[in-house]
Design a protein around this ligand. Structure first.
Ligand code: PMP
Length: 427
């Protein structure tokens, strides 16, 4: 019995499913989740000290790789001055200034502790600001697990077969309108019928929770246009794409203006941090300036703030993204070529430092229906084959992959060589 098997059995006695976030349980792919002892750069080490090249990177935050020495040093130093004060610190202002300087249309920003809190609060703000109840989201997009957003959701909700969770009151779910990602016409006709009741559209500007689906040309532009026409707000959920697709996320890359932006993952450098920010006249509706309530005992936590500050300092260095994106492209091209050489129908999407593979005959995957029609059994075989080879991919086919600056060219070559061997063994 491996150490992970033993630890998983113990965990299941006291934690539902043995995990604190469902996809970690390996339910979709079968087998035992790796229990991690430590991580360094591009590598994870499991409880048996086996090394894996990691393309999950804690589901996105570790764009510098794990345990970056400068981030760890800043965290340790800050921890010695106290873990939490429940009172303001200058560190919060520093990180807020950094975000407001970098992100277009971010005049004010509020820190929270997770992406879930960021999107939940952004939606409350949009409802409070507009005085409207309905929200529009897209099938397969995941925005955390708050009630209004667990309707036809992606990520673990989709993997576990409960995209619309029990426990969400029907009266609330009725206010969530779910449309098809990358279908601008569907959005236009929805707004023609209900535009004056819709508070906001919330969207992943590159969908990363139904594998990786970039927006087709014109889709994000159409969202901006209907929001402007009908007095609704556009919330770009960049929890995953922020500092991943580019330094200024997907909105910088595609040139789309958000009314409210939600951030998380990279801005906390691996510590629990989320944020929502936007135009001054909207953000001024948040307490204590305005009546829309939002709060948090640990929000703006000093240790988390320094992890974020140090991470952003490093990613802002000139030419940080260029080699990272080149390495992502190299990995994707290499695996595609290996699959094709082995006669495996496979395609891929990529956006900056995010990527995803699809086992399908289709030349291009741009929507949810195509994603769920992919060959999951083949993905599962591929996943386990790669795991045996020491390559850690997300343990579900509806997740994106992530590159870090710690991945070397040798790591990429080793991953492509492993994929060649695994493809040769697939049915
Ligand atoms: N929004 C997006 C786009 C996400 O990808 C996620 C998590 N993967 C969330 C929100 C929720 O963030 P958290 O898990 O930190 O609550």
């Amino acid at each position: 019995m491996s150490k992970s098997e033993q630890l998983f059995a113990e965990a299941q006695r006291v934690i539902p499913g043995g995990v604190n976030s469902p996809v970690r349980a390996f339910r979709a792919v079968g087998g035992t989740p790796l229990f991690i002892r430590r991580a360094e750069g591009a590598y994870l080490f499991d409880a048996d000290e086996k090394r894996y090249i990691d393309y999950v990177q804690s589901w996105g935050p570790m764009v510098l790789g794990h345990a970056h020495p400068e981030v760890i040093e800043a965290v340790v130093e800050q921890a010695q001055s106290g873990l939490s004060f429940g009172a303001p610190t200058e560190l919060e202002t520093e990180l807020a200034e950094e975000l407001c300087r970098l992100w277009p249309n971010m005049d004010l920003v509020r820190f929270v502790n997770s992406g879930t809190e960021a999107t939940m609060s952004a939606i409350r703000l949009a409802r409070g600001f507009t005085g409207r109840d309905k929200i529009v989201k897209f099938e397969g997009c995941y925005h955390g697990h708050s009630d209004s957003l667990l309707v036809k959701a992606g990520s673990g909700a989709l993997t576990m077969g409960v995209p619309s969770s029990p426990g969400v009151p029907a009266a609330l779910a009725d206010h969530t309108i779910t449309l098809s990602y990358n279908d601008a016409e569907g959005v236009r006709s929805c707004f023609e019928a209900l535009g004056d009741q819709i508070a906001c559209i919330i969207v992943e500007p590159v969908a990363g929770n139904m594998n990786c689906i970039p927006p087709v040309p014109g889709f994000l532009e159409a969202l901006r246009e209907v929001c402007d026409q009908h007095g609704a707000l556009l919330i770009l959920d960049e929890v995953m794409t922020g500092f991943r697709v580019s330094l200024t996320g997907a909105q910088g890359f595609y040139g789309i203006e958000a009314d409210i932006t939600t951030l998380g993952k990279v801005i906390g450098g691996g510590m629990p941090v989320g944020a929502f920010g936007g135009k001054r006249e909207i953000m001024e509706h948040i307490a204590p300036l305005g009546p829309v309530y939002q709060a948090g005992t640990l929000s703006g936590n000093p240790v988390a703030m320094v992890a974020g500050l140090e991470t952003l300092r490093l990613v802002e260095e000139p030419s940080f993204y260029e080699p990272l994106v080149a390495r992502t492209n190299h990995l994707v091209e290499g695996i595609l070529a290996a699959g094709k050489a082995a006669g495996i129908p496979i395609t891929a999407n990529k956006a900056g430092t995010m990527f995803g593979f699809f086992f399908t005959e289709e030349p291009q995957v741009t929507n949810y229906q195509q994603v769920i029609a992919c060959n999951n059994q083949r993905f599962n075989q591929f996943f386990h084959g790669m795991l045996e080879e020491g390559i850690y991919l997300a343990p579900a086919s509806y997740e994106a992959g992530f590159m870090s600056s710690a991945h070397s060219d040798e790591d990429i070559e080793a991953t492509i060589a492993a994929a060649e061997r695994v493809f040769a063994r697939l049915d």
